[in-house]
Design a protein around this ligand. Structure first.
Ligand SMILES: [Zn+2]
Ligand SMILES: [Zn+2]
Length: 289
């Protein structure tokens, strides 16, 4: 056991101010300077897990049911029952329901979410569990950087304004979107972001943000309401990962998105067809394992 820390600071242009320092305890692993990122096949939903070279473990969303538990069980050693950070991109059932199971069974260091208002029973249970387990919650804000050390950081691109306690017309506009960076490799995590948020990012914040990324976690399960041409041109990824359930009732991913990705020469991984995908980075090259 050893202690590592990560800290919060702000993107360039704003003061570099550590606003929060949190110490996580985790098992020492021989990770040999590698970042591993698992896009789990959780059916129709998202479940993404990454481990940093120093051993920080982060889960972004938990899919629609308890399938996430067996995915984590296959990925983590049996004695590891803790996860440093849970990120809830938004409180839709296909993202939060599995996280409830994770909250019940794992020790969680802290939670990052938008704090948006949304009345579904699962979100009430989420808040009750966080309270009863005394888990610190940080409301994500544009411009924050979560620094995991060793050159790994998660830069918060959205929400761009505070949605804490408010109910936007489209909850997908209050998405927690971030870019996971390890030295010169990067993944843009879009959650269920749709075109309106893509345009907001591109037009309002293009001076501040780096879009170019090796991997795009395509927004909203490959829906045609996401992954606009302009956005794909800006991100220009080598790979796109689409998390969707086999034969899901929404018809995700939509063929026109697949065609658009193909037209840019982006290699597509689909959890519905290819199963889960693991990528590994040594800081320079992200490759699929
Ligand atoms: Zn979703
Ligand atoms: Zn959603």
């Amino acid at each position: 056991m050893k202690k590592k820390n990560f800290k919060w600071c702000f993107l360039g242009g704003l003061s570099v101010l550590a606003i929060f320092i949190w110490y996580g305890v985790f098992q020492v692993e021989a990770r040999r300077g590698l970042l591993t990122v698992d896009f789990f096949d959780v059916g129709q939903g998202d479940g993404i897990f990454f481990q940093t070279p120093s051993g920080n473990q982060v889960l972004i969303d938990g899919g629609p049911d308890s399938a996430i538990l067996s995915k984590l069980g296959e990925t983590l050693p049996f004695w590891d029952r803790s996860i440093d950070v849970l990120i809830l991109t938004h409180p839709h059932a296909d993202h939060i329901d599995g996280l409830l199971e994770v909250l019940k069974r794992y020790d969680i260091g802290m939670v990052l979410e938008s704090g948006v208002n949304h009345s579904i029973p699962e979100y009430n249970e989420w808040h009750q569990l966080l309270q009863s387990k005394n888990i610190p919650v940080h409301i994500a804000r544009f411009g924050e950087i979560i620094d995991f050390g060793d050159g790994v950081h998660f830069d918060v691109y959205s929400p761009q304004e505070s949605f804490f306690g408010s109910s936007p017309k489209n909850i997908h506009d209050a998405m927690v979107v971030g870019r996971l960076v390890y030295a010169s490799s990067s993944i843009l995590m879009m959650g269920d972001a749709e075109k309106s948020l893509e345009y907001q990012l591109l037009w309002k914040k293009s001076g501040f943000l780096i879009f170019k990324s090796d991997i795009l976690k395509a927004g909203h399960h490959g829906s045609k309401t996401s992954s606009s041409e302009e956005f794909l041109r800006a991100v220009s990824p080598q790979f796109a990962v689409i998390s969707a359930g086999r034969k899901n009732r929404y018809g995700h991913p939509h063929q026109e998105v697949i065609d658009r990705l193909n037209s840019f020469g982006i290699k597509v991984f689909r959890t519905d067809l290819d199963g889960g995908a693991r990528f590994i980075s040594d800081g320079n090259i992200l490759r699929r394992k």
